[in-house]
Ligand binder design. Structure first.
Ligand code: F0G
Length: 465
């Protein structure tokens, strides 16, 4: 089956090239811009519709088809990415698709957060429920399928951990060799263990994520290695599909707000592209605001907007315990800025203490997530306090990674060992009380029933006090 009908368009100068003509670093040779994947039905750079409207896929037919595929036993139909393949025709032959049945992630309500914040409708789209435990799977299935179709033997990425886990798994499924570059000592063990388990060549560089990107970018210009970082626009075609899945789960209702964590700053723009395309095709009547939240210690986009209205990126030396988003010089910052501007979203920053509290709160709802994902709830609190999000508005937090990705963080938090004394001193009295109520350190006891009973009794008194 031949389905590929796409081109790449430079986001800076608008130059259009064939998908196969792109260079190894996925940058425009004229202006160094990144590319978007475009289709015959995509809007023009000025937002106009192409001359022939007949190329537009039919909205009701798509809704019906996507629903039908849910009952199919074909792998491409069971995938929560390829089920929507009509809007990502990027491979010629569906036999080249590499899938682990990604997507199909749950949408949970967060009743305690809703009550605490006075916002009626807070939902969490849990992308950590993907096969390798993060949202990266939705992008990896797309880009790795393209790598396979184009005949690459080797694929590589620089990563703070989740991209590498996803790439290693999908490469293994496809029988391709993969190379992972990670900053030594700065990624969570769960993620490191995954890339080894899936058989990647794992290289820990004595640098940070940004240093890993520099080395890899140089490497792929010299060797035939397919680059799978999020500068690869095919990744974002997969990462836009949770937008489709989300509104389908909401019976085609559109929430007012989507909140995502910001690291290398590709995911917010991928989701915004998904919403824009649905809007353009008449699948939804409007586009939600997509807001991006950064950790205070890794806040180049937030700073750039505050200091120069997003004219220039101000790179930072990144430092946060939310290691997934420990990125100081994000590649896709212009795409993120475009997503904020076209959807009317905001960029906020949150502190380490705010992230930890939000993570514990999401855990206490029986859901859990990794620290980077919790910036969404922490950011939502700020946006509500600023009056930017109202009580009756519907908010969806994109939880990007599973709680088991970084269990060391969670254990340190509950044992009260996460923060330095100086950091603890910065926590307000109200938040200290919230932390104290949420912390559940393990209790070590002798194996004696009376001792255990007494311990339980005192715990129950605490609960009922
Ligand atoms: N949340 C998690 C759990 C992540 O792993 C990442 C990025 C992000 C959010 C930010 O997404 O980069 O599109 O803004 N992780 C990358 C990696 C960088 O290598 O795994 P972004």
């Amino acid at each position: 089956m031949k389905i590929a009908t796409h081109e790449l368009r430079c986001t800076e100068c608008g130059a259009r090239i064939a998908g196969t003509a792109v260079n190894s670093i996925f940058r425009c040779p004229t202006c160094n811009g990144l590319y978007d994947v475009i289709y015959p039905w995509s809007t023009l750079p000025n937002g106009d519709t192409p001359a022939s409207d007949s190329k537009l896929p039919n909205a009701s037919a798509l809704r019906w088809l996507w629903q039908e595929r849910r009952t199919s036993s074909l792998a491409v139909d069971q995938s929560g990415v390829w089920r929507f393949r009509d809007l990502l025709p990027i491979v010629d032959d569906l036999d080249h698709v590499v899938t682990l049945r990604e997507g199909n992630t749950p949408l949970y309500d967060l009743p305690r957060a809703s009550k605490a914040l006075g916002v009626d409708w807070i939902l969490a789209k849990h992308q950590g429920m993907n096969p390798t435990g993060s949202f990266k799977d939705t992008g990896m299935t797309a880009a790795l399928s393209v790598a396979r179709e184009r005949g690459f033997e080797w694929v590589a990425c620089a990563s703070t951990g989740n991209t590498s886990a996803a790439m290693a798994a999908y490469a293994a499924r496809a029988g391709l060799r993969s190379i992972v570059f990670i900053p030594e000592g700065k990624i969570a063990w769960g993620k490191l263990s995954q890339s080894m388990d899936y058989g990647a060549l794992t290289i820990q560089l004595r640098t940070d994520f940004d240093g890993c990107v520099r080395v890899l970018t140089d490497l792929v210009t010299r060797f035939p290695i397919y680059l799978l970082n999020s500068v690869n626009p095919y990744r974002l075609e997969g990462q836009k599909t949770p937008a489709f899945e989300l509104v389908e789960q909401l019976e085609w209702q559109v929430p007012e707000h989507i909140i995502v964590p910001g690291g290398n700053l590709a995911n917010g723009s991928a989701l915004a592209k998904g919403f824009s395309e649905m809007h353009h095709l008449g699948l939804i009547p409007r586009i939600p605001r997509v807001s991006i939240i950064q950790a205070e210690g890794a806040n180049p986009l937030f700073r750039s907007i505050a200091e120069n209205n997003g004219q220039e990126l101000i790179p930072v030396k990144a430092n946060t315990r939310a290691t997934a988003i420990r990125i100081g010089n994000p590649a896709s910052w212009r795409k993120a800025l475009r997503a904020l501007r076209t959807t009317g979203g905001w960029c906020e920053q949150v502190s380490e203490q705010e992230i930890a509290l939000a993570k514990a709160e999401i855990g206490a709802e029986g859901i859990g997530c990794e620290p980077a994902s919790a910036v969404t709830l922490a950011g939502l609190k700020k946006l509500v306090a600023q009056g930017r999000i109202g009580r009756e508005e519907r908010v969806v937090l994109i939880l990007t990674g599973h709680t088991l990705k970084d269990s060391a963080y969670t254990i340190d938090y509950h044992r009260g060992e996460l923060f330095t004394d100086a950091e603890n001193a910065q926590i307000s009295l109200a938040d200290q009380a919230a932390h104290a109520a949420l912390r559940k350190p393990p209790i070590v006891l002798d194996p004696d029933t009376d001792t255990v009973f007494r311990a339980l009794e005192s715990q129950m008194k605490l609960v009922h006090a």
